[in-house]
Design a binder for this molecule. Structure first.
Ligand SMILES: Cc1cc2nc3c(=O)[nH]c(=O)nc-3n(C[C@H](O)[C@H](O)[C@H](O)COP(=O)(O)OP(=O)(O)OC[C@H]3O[C@@H](n4cnc5c(N)ncnc54)[C@H](O)[C@@H]3O)c2cc1C
Length: 448
């Protein structure tokens, strides 16, 4: 199928955000009686789900220290639950399990979840946490846990499976999706900054509105739009930071155990929730007894995963130190030879499992030796930017928080049709120069 020469909305990237935007936009245009043959076109340089969405761990949670992130996730969790089957979503619950350093922050998260009507339980005190965990997972053995936040409606989904679900929704709503078409440049019209057409590997397309939903490739489009490579952030005292790189990369280390996920049930007979532990307890290698972490916060997450056929999880990401323009994104994800979990990851992941549950002692023998993980592109404060540039280019830059954000497409499509979303407002680019930053948690993860 050849690409059209003209469309109304041209979306770049067939990951979760590009497809979800296409789906919701088509539905809204149809409701207004305005959906035409080539109203919404999605261009994908490779295949649907070949970017970050296709390698994501698939965890969906509301637990964020930042109120604006919680509002955003609350909206997205509703979309996951309303379309659970089509989007492969399993609302098994999500548990954030913490040592004392995280206690105060988690208590705030819980109380604010209550305020917005988000369903969760909060258990406090070492004895009560131990009891709660053992009632669910009798072999639970992590020491020093003083709070547990248990979300009831969150969970996980398949990475590619979920994106296939969004793909089907977008196509059946009327979007045209073209795979194997690379956008190479953006053309302006004379006397205007607006983009009038897009140059691709398969020809030129005129369009009224561009949506950049290119995941880790966002830096390429930022450059095409001549947007600033560095920015300054206004500090609370009114002065400005030094120049900060607009984009940088982080590598996510993830892995799996070769076990039957269906054999894992809680003592209540239910499926395991997603489990995330953040602690400063000493972590000793279950393999050779050496100290992996001591006197520092560390964290990890895991879930029996029916889509990966194993126990899947990961730990905190590390910074890619290369200048962002030198980071090669292709081949991406599991096909990359450069960004794979480091050798130390296997020991950390399997030792953290053994730290948490007795049955995982010695589980390093079941660690799958395979490619895993991927890199994500982050903003200076590591929170998303959703904003419009050059009059008609909307950029969705989720700062690698985005698999869980099933609802971005709904909110962005409202804005494309002339509305303003209160949920998206705290994520404008102008927050940097205005100093309207999100609060920072004590979590060892950059995105909590
Ligand atoms: C290993 C890993 C695990 C993760 N786990 C989680 C998790 O558990 N939960 C969570 O919430 N988030 C998670 N994330 C983050 C999440 O995956 C991303 O934030 C999200 O998938 C980004 O979606 P996207 O649609 O913006 O980008 P992508 O899914 O990357 O899609 C962008 C698409 O644009 C295409 N493209 C790029 N350039 C061009 C071009 N020039 N022309 C045409 N097409 C182009 C790419 O091929 C790609 O398919 C994880 C990320 C990684 C890397």
């Amino acid at each position: 199928m050849s690409i059209p020469t003209k469309c109304d909305y041209l979306i770049i990237g067939a990951g979760i955000h590009g497809l979800s935007t296409a789906w919701h936009l088509c539905q809204k245009l149809a409701n207004k009686g305005q959906l035409k043959e080539n109203s919404v076109v999605v261009l994908e340089k490779s295949k649907v789900a070949s970017g970050a969405s296709g390698v994501a761990c698939g965890i969906v949670r509301n637990n964020y220290y930042q109120p604006a992130m919680r509002h955003l996730m609350d909206h997205s969790v509703k979309i996951w639950n309303a379309n659970a089957e089509a989007l492969t979503y399993k609302p098994v619950g999500y548990m954030q399990i913490n040592s004392q350093l995280m206690h105060e922050g988690m208590s705030e998260v819980y109380h604010q979840q209550k305020e917005i009507g988000f369903e969760s339980d909060f258990i406090e005190g070492e004895a009560d946490c131990n009891k709660y965990m053992k009632e669910l997972l009798p072999d639970w053995q992590a020491q020093g846990i003083t709070s547990v936040l248990h979300e009831k409606k969150t969970g996980y989904g398949a990475n590619r499976g979920a994106i296939e679900g969004f793909h089907k929704f977008a196509v059946s709503a009327g979007a045209k999706i073209f795979e194997g078409v690379t956008v190479t440049s953006l053309n302006t019209s004379s006397g205007s900054q607006a983009i009038k057409s897009v140059e691709t590997s398969e020809g030129t397309i005129e369009c009224d509105q561009v949506v950049v939903a290119a995941g880790p490739w966002v830096r390429n489009f930022w450059e095409m739009l001549d947007l600033p490579k560095t920015i300054k952030i206004k500090k609370p005292d009114g002065t400005f930071s030094d120049d900060l790189k607009m984009w940088s990369y982080m590598a996510l280390e993830e892995g799996e155990l070769d076990v039957d996920p269906y054999s894992y049930k809680t003592a209540k007979g239910t499926e395991y929730p997603v489990i995330h532990v953040d602690t400063e307890a000493t972590l000793i290698s279950d393999k050779n007894g050496h100290v992996i972490h001591e006197n520092e916060m560390w964290g990890f997450y895991y879930k029996p995963d029916i889509y990966r056929v194993g126990i899947q999880g990961g730990s905190s990401p590390y910074d890619v130190t290369k200048a962002n323009e030198d980071v090669s994104l292709d081949p991406y994800g599991h096909d990359s030879n450069e960004f794979q979990p480091r050798e130390s990851f296997e020991d950390k992941f399997t030792s953290a499992l053994a730290f948490s549950q007795k049955q995982f002692v010695g589980c390093h023998t079941k660690y799958k030796k395979q490619k895993a993980g991927g890199i994500g592109c982050v903003t200076p404060d590591r929170f998303p930017v959703f904003d419009q540039y050059r009059e008609n280019v909307y950029i969705i830059a989720d700062a690698n928080h985005g698999y869980k954000m099933a609802g971005i497409g709904d909110l962005v499509s409202d804005e494309l049709l002339g509305g303003k979303s209160d949920i998206l407002e705290p994520f404008r680019f102008s927050r940097y120069e205005q100093g309207k930053l999100h609060p920072v948690s004590k979590s060892p993860f950059p995105w909590s």
